[in-house]
Design a protein. Structure first.
Length: 444
């Protein structure tokens, strides 16, 4: 890797807390419904061409939370089925979690699954209905943390991985369009499914944290129904698997076909899905119109991979939690407006871009949260250089910084490069170096 030549600026106070030894783990988990009222007609997020509000609800969307306690401090891992975490929403929600649940911001990972099937949280000139829905989401996240904390119980923790072939690099070259959105089965792509497992002392699952690098865009811009897309389908599959683990396997199909108002409402283990470094990753196939067959199919494949990983995890009853975050700032630019894709692009200087790096370590596991859509090769470089035994990048976390390509990906220009607010040469090094500083060189 080339040494950075673009100036890097660090801003904000770096917050680091640590404890010398592990303590007995307690864990709790909860899920709160985010589904808007059926007659809400709120505009949906993610596709610029959709100008109408949603027309129906296919499956309900949720915020899920896991709260951990090591005897000295508490941490919260939260994920909501929405497009992203706007900076203003992060600021409000993290303060409320600190004030109302007693969990400090450096111990909070608040992630979005990057769902294009949910209402937007950051519209321009929002209507009163949109402001009210954003407040609903913030309230639900705080409530999920409160409920999870109220259910803290002695627990065991472990990590496992498997592989699922449901993602693909989406930067494809074609004559006449150049590099644009498509399917590139030779491009960089990580197939790893990472699962954190939290059990009670009898081995019954309390919660799972699932991480996989793919855009939640199985449903395309023609869809006007509320859905959690592949993220929601994966969480439902895992939750229903453990809810119905005494049922014959032939009944699992029935569980997946529950009516929308029934989906995901059962008691049992919580399966919290997060997006890995998916800035350049799409599902291997997408749907046209409003046919959800592929969503449930790919969700089942990914859910089964998560279940396989979970089945082989060895758990331990003691953990040490450590939280830290910092903000790095890189020079910004904007592409001049015009038709896309096109032969040539002009970029102009723009405001610097803040990227929040949020670290939560659980024993030898480093969860590296980034406030943006990070390309695969950045995460792989961090994993290679990290001293932690397990380093997992979770994106769309604690804010929103847009697309973050690795340095080499800025040329040739692709969709993600035109959408990024960053100048090349800064973000990759800032993220990797920033996390290495936060993780430190202590023994793992």
């Amino acid at each position: 890797m080339m040494r950075m030549t673009v100036p890097l600026f660090l801003c904000g106070l770096m917050l680091v807390t640590s404890r010398a030894s592990a303590g007995p783990l307690r864990a709790g988990a909860a899920r709160v419904d985010l589904t808007p009222a059926a007659d809400g007609a709120l505009p949906m997020a993610g596709y610029g061409g959709r100008t109408q509000g949603f027309k129906g609800i296919h499956d309900r969307i949720f915020v899920r939370a896991i709260v951990l306690d090591d005897g000295a401090t508490q941490a919260a891992i939260v994920s909501w089925e929405s497009l992203f975490v706007p900076d203003a929403v992060w600021a409000t929600t993290s303060k409320r979690v600190a004030d109302e649940a007693g969990i400090r911001p450096e111990y909070l990972l608040l992630s979005a699954v990057h769902d294009h099937g949910a209402p937007t949280l950051a519209p321009n000139d929002p209507t009163p209905q949109q402001v009210a829905y954003r407040t609903t989401v913030e309230n639900a996240a705080v409530e999920a943390v409160r409920r999870a904390k109220a259910q803290l119980q002695p627990a065991r923790f472990g990590i496992g991985t498997s592989r699922a072939y449901v993602n693909m690099n989406r930067r494809e070259y074609s004559e006449g369009r150049g590099w644009w959105l498509g399917y590139n089965d030779e491009g960089p792509s990580d197939k790893t499914v990472t699962v954190l497992r939290f059990d009670d002392l009898k081995g019954k699952p309390i919660a799972f944290w699932i991480n996989y690098p793919v855009h939640a865009v199985v449903m395309g811009p023609e869809n006007y129904q509320i859905t959690g897309d592949i993220a929601g389908a994966t969480s439902r599959f895992v939750e229903q698997h453990y809810l119905g683990n005494d049922r014959p396997r032939s009944d699992m199909g029935m569980l997946l076909r529950l009516r929308p108002e029934e989906k995901g409402t059962g008691e049992g283990a919580i399966a919290l899905w997060t997006s890995g470094a998916a800035g350049d990753q799409n599902p291997i196939s997408t749907s046209n119109g409003e046919d959800f067959t592929l969503v449930d199919g790919l969700g089942k494949i990914l859910g089964e991979a998560a279940v396989r990983a979970a089945a082989n995890i060895k758990t331990a009853p003691e953990v040490a939690l450590r939280g830290a975050h910092k903000v790095v700032t890189c020079p910004g630019r904007r592409v001049e407006p015009g038709p896309t894709p096109r032969a040539e692009y002009t970029f102009n200087d723009a405001d610097p871009v803040n990227i929040r790096l949020s670290l939560l370590t659980i024993n030898d596991v480093a969860l590296a949260g980034v406030s943006g859509e990070v390309f695969t090769l950045i995460a792989q470089r961090l994993q290679k250089e990290s001293p932690a035994r397990h380093t997992v990048m979770v994106t769309h976390t604690n804010g929103s910084s847009g697309y973050i390509p690795n340095d080499a990906a800025f040329e040739p220009v692709s969709y993600e490069v035109t959408a990024s607010r960053l100048k090349p040469g800064c973000a990759e090094g800032a993220i990797v170096t920033g996390f290495l500083e936060l993780i430190g060189r202590r023994s793992f």
